[in-house]
Design a protein around this ligand. Structure first.
Ligand code: NAP
Length: 334
């Protein structure tokens, strides 16, 4: 079977197409034929060498495919089932712990950029009804993070307000999930064309974060005193404004470090005088992924796929992601 490996020291020119032997499932494992994956910022950092991985690691946290064989002790899946991966394959339920989150697909474990893999049955979930493999492959990292930030951590309800930042995969899912829950959504982007698309998806007001440096204050005004939920994607480059945008008693999920935001400042009195909950979140558990799939089955939400590439075009897909032109998800299908 074909796989793509990350070769030390990383870099898109070192993504190497190679062959590996197909394996048979152990008693508690499922053999999956992967048919699609999707790009996340995390995969980009693995591929370009910013997150060092062992030489020969198979990248990509997200995958969707078909069950080809099951081990003798597997009861949950049968041959022909359509399944998808989990970002943390050992985090089944409950609170995160080191043991549950040390295994990461496409980083500390081999990922989904392969034609076949054997995984524990507990490292997979079913995909939403009627989803293609490419659609399902958009969900395990980006959509689950958005789902957790809005639903699992906060418990978003109809009529509440949400701010999504930028138009990457995670943020567009957050917009769609928030709208499906009956929330009012505000957004930022750096592009006038993308602002129009956001408005077309029901966003109440869109601010260009490059033109309006104090976009947090602007969102606060436009939302009549701040939003209930902020999904912060920039860390040090956005958190100060995210705090401005939040309502008294609001929730902020710290999710990413786009725009070089590994470190930064927060105005602490604003944090406590606004009674904000600030929580760092990294994707979620299998239990959360199953809850999200159930919600998608009810709402009928479909992902926004910007562009699709083939198996041997992974480097081209990352180069496209790097341009920041995309709106929503970039996928590879085979
Ligand atoms: N913690 C977690 O579990 C988790 C899970 C998923 C993602 N993330 C993180 O969330 C972030 C987004 O991930 P993704 O996979 O959705 O990435 P992505 O698809 O590559 O997102 C890129 C988009 O982000 C926007 N952006 C860039 N710099 C920005 C800034 N300074 N302020 C606001 N928006 C900015 C741009 O949107 P415009 O073109 O509209 O300006 C850009 O097109 C990354 O930092 C990623 O690591 C974290």
């Amino acid at each position: 079977m074909r796989v793509i490996e990350v070769k030390t020291p990383g870099g898109f020119d070192h993504l190497t197409l190679t062959d590996r032997a197909v394996s048979d499932p152990k008693p508690q494992e499922v053999s999956v034929q992967w048919h699609a994956t999707s790009l996340n910022f995390h995969d980009y950092l693995v591929a370009n060498g910013s997150i060092p991985v062992p030489d020969g690691r198979i990248p990509m946290s997200d995958g969707a495919g078909e069950v080809m064989a099951v081990g003798e002790e597997v009861r949950e899946f049968a041959v022909g089932d359509k399944v998808m991966s989990m970002f943390f394959p050992n985090w089944i339920d409950g609170k995160p712990t080191l043991r549950k989150t040390i295994g990461i697909m496409g980083e500390t474990l081999d990922g989904c950029m392969a034609e076949q893999a054997c995984l524990p049955a507990t490292a997979l979930t079913k995909i939403p009804d009627g989803y293609s493999y490419a659609e399902a492959a958009t969900l395990p990292c980006a959509a689950l993070t958005a789902w957790r930030g809005l639903m699992e951590e906060g418990g978003l309800t109809a009529g509440e307000t949400v701010l999504v930042e930028g138009t990457g995969g995670m943020s567009v899912f957050a917009l769609q999930l928030a709208k499906a829950a009956g929330a009012r959504v505000f957004a930022t982007t750096s592009s006038a064309a993308k602002a129009e698309r956001l408005k077309g998806m029901g966003v109440e007001a869109v601010i260009n974060y490059k033109e309006d440096e104090r976009w947090g204050k602007t969102i606060n005004k436009l939302s009549d005193g701040g939003v209930d939920y902020v999904l912060d994607v920039g860390g040090g480059s956005t958190m100060k404004q995210s705090v401005e945008a939040a309502k008294i008693g609001g929730h902020i999920s710290s999710i990413g470090i786009l725009g070089g935001g590994r470190k930064g400042e927060i105005t602490f009195p604003k944090l406590f005088f606004k009674h904000l909950t600030l929580k760092g979140i990294a994707v979620g558990s299998r239990e959360m992924q199953e809850a999200m799939v159930n919600a998608i089955n009810v709402s009928g939400m479909k992902p926004v796929i910007d562009r699709s590439f083939g198996f041997d075009e992974l480097a081209d897909a990352f180069r496209y992601q790097e341009t920041g032109q995309h709106f929503g998800k970039i996928v590879l299908e085979w």
